[in-house]
Design a binder for this molecule. Structure first.
Ligand SMILES: Cc1ncc(C[n+]2csc(CCOP(=O)(O)OP(=O)(O)O)c2C)c(N)n1
Ligand SMILES: [Mg+2]
Length: 644
């Protein structure tokens, strides 16, 4: 027999005691494949995404009409993975996929890496060639555990049918507990066809895996003390707070301590945007007020956030005067990018429950520091530098930002929003009115184009499962991103996931083009995709309306504001099939504010030529007219007042 590769051997499960002695008394005799299905049922899994193939066929053979979970057949494994992610984020459940060996598994690498970056709980079950064929370059053999090893939370190679229920139970537990993440379970065909004895529940063998959820008392007291001593606090809230369902606790902390909330991309909506404490997203494309408040704060409370470079800009210049409290369930995040003054390891919701109680005790004695001048400064930023864009465009096409705002205006408050990656994603995060947690699903850490449509399908399946379909799903996608997984329109139609799709069709890879405009001399190398040209001889490759119709969906094109309003209204009324609107938008619209990659957040450009946090417009002296200077000097005085 050929030995497993070193990585496979390394990541194989610990050997369970041999099971020869087991009798029917110990469990019900069945094949590994039957055990796999039974285990998923016993775990309460209700929806599974995937595509079959040779090395996983014994498992698919056991999926029947009376199987207790619903199987959603996607058209590409990447689609299955992102669908499972969208499902997981929308419902809080574990997303489960079943795919075949070799190309089936390698197609899953992107969603696995995506889920790892954004801490999304997934269990990815892949078929593997028979145990004796491992290492022989057998047909559709790939070292799945090895390939995915750097981007998983944990992985298993299962060679013994008897291990299947325990390993799947462990995988499900590991995926959803602690810092959630993807777990790969690669199962040899041998293990699928061999007999085993099934019993439930299973005893988990996870020595050393004990995520800390409860915080220590002394760090809570230190954190509470920092709040007592600070005059310019900011709560910097990330995806970890969403995963921990900590909306109420975050809001309570903000109210108790009179602190503004700034969020990362995944945390949009953790507290409703309508709450006056919410300043919006910070960082590269954050609101001016959120980025400015973070730069000028004296206490930065990172809550399930990881000081990502898109948030911090130049790390050494990030929130330079702040003392830092860092709350995270993953101890590896503490001090990874910024050394905190008070590190708190634990589940965000549990930590905040305890911290809020501690703060209340302290406030009963010491009261609350006066934040009046801090809020005055923040509000002046909000008033002077709101989100702004031109509603009309030089070529008469739609303004993409206006389309996003119109979508938001007409949407049901319960809507789940999903996006692709690019400018449209940033406009969605800036301009959609998020009023509910778990209502924004976007690829943050990996920035995966093609995430949108399958994630929206997964979210819609989740909405049907947990909310009776009452949460509609709107996907705001780019014309480039959409084309990376557009085949999933078939799954959306056939598997009854009536998503609503808004393509902001600017005919270009807009975000890359924006960088070419700003940093690469307007040399537009390979960013024109010509799928929405507004010339006499329209190119339209592909024609998104016809593409939607080819898949049984409704397709609508909108070029004017009236057409757009009507198209959105119609889409909101259609619930029996997917609807796609091809909005023709301006290709040179830009996302503002912006911090150039690697620069200090102090250089944030609100609009071209306006850099409110620099006392002088050093980056663009030409734009530094007298009125700007006066503004900047006045601003500096405000900041100095708040800093006192
Ligand atoms: C899989 C993948 N390939 C390439 C990129 C690099 N990239 C980032 S944004 C972008 C353009 C996105 O274009 P589109 O979806 O049309 O969105 P827009 O920016 O035009 O709104 C590209 C190519 C990426 N993020 N993901
Ligand atoms: Mg585009």
């Amino acid at each position: 027999m050929v030995s497993p590769t070193p990585l496979q051997a390394f990541s194989a499960v610990p050997k369970a005691p041999k099971t020869n002695k087991q009798t029917l008394v110990d469990g019900e005799k069945m094949t590994g494949a039957q055990a796999l299905i039974r285990t998923l049922e016993d775990l309460g899994v209700q929806d599974v995404f995937g595509i079959p193939g040779g090395a996983i066929l014994p498992v698919y053979h056991e999926i029947h009409d009376d199987t207790k979970f619903r199987f959603v057949l996607m058209r590409h494994e990447q689609g299955a993975g992102h669908a499972a992610e969208g499902y997981a984020v929308a419902t809080g459940r574990v997303g489960v996929c079943i795919v075949t060996s070799g190309p089936g598994a390698t197609n899953m690498v992107t969603p696995i890496a995506d889920a790892n970056m954004d801490s999304v709980p997934l269990v990815v079950i892949s078929g593997q060639v028979g145990v004796n064929a491992i290492g022989t370059d057998a047909f559709q053999e790939a070292d799945t555990v090895g390939i995915t090893y750097p981007v998983v939370k944990h992985s298993y190679l299962v060679t013994d049918a008897q291990d299947i229920p325990r390993v799947l139970a462990e995988a499900h537990y590991v995926a959803r507990t602690g810092r959630p993440g993807p777990v790969v379970v690669d199962i040899t065909k041998t293990a699928q066809v061999d007999d085993m004895y099934y019993s439930w529940p299973q005893k988990l063998l996870l020595p050393g895996y004990n995520p800390t959820t409860k915080p220590h008392g002394h760090v809570l007291r230190e954190a509470a003390k920092l709040f007592e001593q600070s005059y310019r606090p900011v709560l910097y809230v990330g995806g970890g707070a969403v995963r921990s369902n900590a909306s109420e606790q975050v809001k309570e902390l903000a109210d108790l301590t009179d602190s503004p909330i700034v969020t990362t991309l995944p945390a949009c909506g953790i507290v409703p945007d309508s709450d006056p404490k919410v300043l919006g997203m910070l960082g590269m494309h954050g609101t001016l007020a959120a980025t400015a408040a973070t730069q000028k704060c004296d206490l930065l409370v990172a809550i399930g956030a990881r000081f990502d470079d898109r948030v911090t800009g130049k790390l050494e210049a990030f929130a330079p005067a702040a003392r830092v409290i860092h709350i995270d369930i993953d101890p590896a995040e503490i001090g990874k990018r910024r050394q905190p003054d008070v590190p708190i390891v634990g589940d965000v919701a549990e930590v905040l429950d305890a911290l809020n109680a501690e703060i209340k005790r302290g406030q009963a004695i010491h009261g609350l520091p006066n934040h009046e001048s801090w809020w005055k400064l923040i509000n002046s930023w909000r008033e002077k530098y709101p989100m702004k864009y031109d509603e009309t465009t030089p070529d008469g096409t739609l303004s993409p930002q206006w389309v996003v705002e119109e979508l938001s205006r007409q949407a049901a408050p319960s809507t789940i929003w999903v996006s692709g990656v690019g400018q449209h994603q940033m406009w969605a995060s800036q301009l959609v009115d998020f009023e509910n947690p778990h209502s924004w699903i976007s690829s943050g850490g990996l920035g995966t184009m093609g995430f949108g449509l399958p994630a929206a399908i997964g979210a819609r399946i989740g909405s049907t499962r947990d909310f009776g379909g009452k949460k509609p799903v709107w996907l705001i996608d780019g014309d480039g991103s959409f084309q990376m997984t557009s085949e999933e329109l078939a799954a959306a139609f056939i598997d009854n996931a009536p998503v609503k799709i808004a393509i902001l069709n600017n005919s270009v890879y807009g975000m890359v083009r924006q960088w070419q405009t700003l940093f690469y001399d307007k040399h537009y190398s390979q960013t024109s995709i010509q799928d929405g040209e507004n010339t006499e001889d329209i190119i339209n490759v592909p024609d998104f309306v016809k593409l939607a119709e080819a898949y049984g969906c409704v397709g609508i094109r909108a070029r004017t504001q009236d057409e757009a309003r009507n198209a959105i209204k119609r889409a909101n009324e259609i619930n029996d099939r997917p609807v796609l609107i091809d909005f023709r938008v301006y290709k040179d619209a830009m996302v503002w504010p912006m911090v150039a990659a690697g620069q200090s957040n102090d250089t944030v450009t609100y609009m071209p030529g306006i850099q409110p946090l620099l006392h002088h417009n050093a980056a663009n002296p030409a734009a530094d007219d007298a009125s700007d200077d006066t503004e900047n000097v006045a601003e500096a005085a405000d900041i100095a007042a708040a800093e006192k």
